[in-house]
Design a binder for this molecule. Structure first.
Ligand SMILES: [Zn+2]
Length: 542
């Protein structure tokens, strides 16, 4: 059975047939693109005119976000910016520590006695003066453990009740445990080693909540609402239960996205992690694709935990921290590369970029692989020389472009200063060097939304309206590439998704505006009318 969708204009991202008015779908795949009369010889078909007055694009591909987005909304949102949950419900932001204290107090009153209070989205960089610590939380909630995840998920602040349950009091030389003027832990914990002590005490890690059907359903809903048809979960423990849940959730006939999980390499011994990925790959389906590996190296620039080369942080802050010793990180790259797997590597600061480029170069020298497509994730700060190396090594770059809006002012004033802040997320330079690029939201760090990311890459405006690096600004065509075919390429899925061509999945996003005919400042406000996944329509009501 063939269905032909009609639209005002279909943009395909296929250079040989860049636009059309009709697209024919059979068995979930594109079987024809063109004017209606040219599709008639495909055989009998049903003409679906529901999008006749709208515009169709390839479904968006989100190359770096986390299924945690589907779990976070069970907890208290303490972010600075207003935001929507997976059901589209708006949440207010918190613009002062007093507001945060009030929300914590109110929320604690609704929880059963003794139940830990977990909150997320807090971002210290927006708060001048006093830094959130255990005392500020203790003032409002002291009778139960409180854990506040920072927006970047690399840091948390906990209250005294929580600290007392961990081993950190007696073991404060764990890296990342911040101390107050009294020499005792002040409640702030940085990076995985320190945060692990809290998970151990609570008997659960929020990062493991991706192993829940509900989380994966919410995640698909949130992605679909923003026009995404292929989404990653770029840090999955791939536990036994987790893998089963991934299989069950995505097997549902109405699961609205294709899901691509990446194994969290630091959770496994290298040889066991490699075996795990290969074993999982046997269960790949149309909607679930294993194979990616995720490696964390440094932290975040705005959290001052990213590793920076000379001259370091603009405000003189000491250098950041590694998530594992550099030699261990290099060995992980070597081992997974040799095994033939594709690595997605979190690198924020230029020192982390340097380490990983060295590692990939060494791996390619020892065991050359054509088309490995190892991808640097975020690469917020990468020099022109490093990009030339990346180009030569066949490395892809998936840039965290939303940063320009959310943290651009901080980078301009505190972390990088004027000159270096101009070349954050240097997307235009990367494209000039023919590097395959993508851009992402890193949800739940910032909200899912490829249209918003496209706007960031074109406008390069901070939250206060400053322009940050207009020389790196993309055109609408380049921006659309980065959230469709570019992202698909970094996932090694450009033969299946990312453009509308015969033989590829019929994955589309439907908008009521022509992207090439609007003011690019209107991009973030466009409403996704529907997505189509393998020919199946998912309509939005808003
Ligand atoms: Zn991430």
């Amino acid at each position: 059975m063939i269905t032909v969708f009609e639209a005002k204009r279909i943009i395909t991202m296929d250079p040989s047939l860049p636009e059309a008015t009709h697209i024919a779908v059979k068995d979930g795949k594109v079987i024809g693109v063109g004017p209606l009369n040219e599709l008639e010889d495909l055989g009998s078909f049903t003409l679906d005119k529901r999008f006749a007055n709208q515009y169709i694009y390839p479904g968006f591909v989100e190359g770096h976000s986390h299924a945690l987005e589907g779990a976070m909304w069970s907890y208290l949102y303490l972010g600075y910016f207003p935001r929507h949950d997976p059901d589209g419900k708006p949440w207010q932001g918190c613009q002062s520590l007093e507001q945060i204290q009030k929300n914590l107090r109110d929320y604690a009153q609704q929880l059963p006695a003794g139940e830990p209070l977990i909150a997320w989205g807090f971002d210290p960089v927006y708060f001048e003066g006093a830094r959130l610590d255990k005392k500020i939380i203790d003032e409002v909630v002291s009778d139960r453990p409180v854990v506040i995840f920072h927006a970047n998920l690399h840091l948390m602040t906990v209250n005294s009740h929580m600290l007392a349950q961990t081993s950190l009091h007696t073991n404060s030389d764990v890296e990342g445990v911040m101390l107050g003027t009294d020499g005792l832990p002040n409640g702030e914990l940085r990076e995985m080693a320190a945060m692990f002590a809290v998970f151990e005490a609570l008997g659960r890690s929020i990062f493991e909540e991706v192993a829940s059907t509900k989380t994966l359903e919410n995640y698909a809903k949130a992605a679909q609402r923003t026009g995404i048809t292929t989404v990653t979960d770029l840090y999955n423990p791939l536990s036994d239960t987790g893998v089963e849940v991934l299989k069950t959730a995505t097997a549902a006939s109405d699961y609205a996205v294709r899901l691509v999980p990446a194994i969290a390499a630091l959770d496994w011994q290298n040889n066991q992690g490699i075996e795990r990925v290969f074993a999982c790959q046997k269960d790949n389906t149309d909607k679930l694709q294993f194979g990616l590996v995720k490696l964390m190296t440094d932290g975040s620039i705005q959290g001052f935990s990213a590793r920076m080369l000379w001259p370091g942080y603009h405000n003189g802050h000491e250098n950041g921290i590694w998530n594992a010793p550099p030699e261990t990180l290099k060995q992980i790259v070597l081992d997974y590369h040799q095994a033939g797997l594709q690595l997605h590597i979190h690198t924020n600061g230029d020192e982390a970029v340097e380490l990983i480029l060295d590692a990939i170069e060494e791996a390619q020298t020892l065991w050359y692989r054509a088309d490995h497509r190892h991808t640097l994730q975020h690469c917020q700060f990468i020099s022109q020389a490093q990009m030339r190396r990346a180009a030569k090594l066949g490395v892809c770059l998936n840039m965290f472009v939303n940063h320009i809006y959310y943290w651009g002012d901080i980078h301009r004033d505190k972390t990088l200063g004027y000159s270096r802040s101009r070349r954050m997320q240097p997307l235009s330079s990367a494209l000039s060097l023919n590097i395959p690029v993508a851009m992402h939201s890193d949800a739940p760090v910032t909200p899912l939304g490829p249209l918003f990311s496209m706007w960031c890459s074109i406008a390069r405006k901070t939250a206060s309206g400053q322009s940050l690096g207009e020389h790196e600004s993309l055109t609408i065509q380049q921006a659309l590439y980065a959230v469709t075919l570019g992202a698909a390429y970094t996932l090694h899925m450009d033969d299946k998704v990312g453009s509308l061509e015969v033989g590829k999945y019929a994955d589309m996003v439907v908008l009521d505006k022509d992207l090439y005919d609007i003011d690019s400042d209107d991009l973030p406000d466009l409403v996704v009318q529907a997505t189509v996944l393998g020919g199946q329509v998912y309509a939005n009501n808003g």
